[in-house]
Design a protein. Structure first.
Length: 265
């Protein structure tokens, strides 16, 4: 019931972007993927989704190689939200969300509508369903794509009893309340269902508040992977982002990570 990566190497234009990565990811967990820019986080997410061919090694999902799964079968097992750019297609928000159900057209129409409406309400995009996505702000568009991916993963979980939700910086353009809402949706989904949620993140305080475990990539390789409290330490974060940083990590009363480039006197 896991993702398994065995000695995975990925190159782009002759340059190694993931180097000999071995990793096991279990469902029932909210997993944060962190690391400096260029560490390979988005590349890893695309490879896990089956959207990017790897050069060496193997990625398997539930003991099946991704290369042996058709696009339809992949859509029944995982949903992905990539980094977003401004929308260029004049689709309504409802039409964008419906893209998350393209692999579930065998469902009765009323069941698809009911699930779409429930997810739209849960992700707070329900008031926009009739609007063109091009009329929304970048942050609002991002939330629509989050809802689309969540809708697909929810449908997969309903039909097959399990799913993965893969998200690339879903909270990057959101205000604090919406960040908390989105992380709560992800946490509840992973806690209450046989699903796994993996998020590329830069906000370490959100990671501390919500993630069960953390993967750290640096220099295109795995630096550390473990429970959040074991990984989010000043020592690990300095190794990840720079030894010159002043780092403090709090767990009580509210988790938080504070980093400064200026030494305190």
């Amino acid at each position: 019931m896991t993702y398994q990566l065995d000695h995975v190497t990925i190159r782009r234009q002759g340059k190694v972007v993931i180097d000999d990565l071995s990793l096991t990811l279990a469902r029932g967990r909210l997993i944060g993927l962190i690391g400096p820019n260029g560490a390979g986080k988005s590349t890893l997410l695309a490879a896990l989704a089956g959207d990017l061919e790897i050069d060496q090694g193997q990625i398997s999902l539930d003991e099946q190689s991704l290369t042996r799964l058709s696009p339809e079968r992949l859509a029944w097992r995982r949903a992905i939200m990539a980094q977003q750019t401004a929308a260029i297609f004049n689709l309504s928000v409802a039409q964008v969300l419906e893209l998350g159900l393209y692999a579930f057209t065998h469902w009765p129409h009323q069941d698809r509508v009911a699930l779409l409406s429930a997810v739209a309400k849960q992700t707070e995009v329900g008031d926009w369903l009739a609007q063109s996505i091009t009329k929304l702000s970048i942050g609002q568009q991002q939330r629509v794509h989050f809802a689309r991916a969540f809708l697909q993963a929810k449908a997969a979980q309903i039909e097959h009893g399990k799913a993965w939700l893969l998200l690339d910086e879903p909270t990057a353009s959101q205000d604090p309340w919406q960040q908390q809402m989105m992380m709560s949706v992800c946490c509840n989904f992973a806690t209450n269902s046989d699903v796994g949620v993996l998020l590329v993140m830069h906000d370490l305080t959100l990671a501390a508040q919500w993630c069960d475990e953390i993967i750290v990539l640096k220099d295109q390789a795995l630096l550390v992977h473990g429970d959040s409290r074991e990984v989010l330490t000043p020592e690990v974060l300095k190794r990840t982002y720079g030894n010159e940083l002043d780092v403090q990590v709090l767990w009580e009363p509210v988790p938080g990570v504070m980093m400064s480039g200026r030494k305190r006197v």
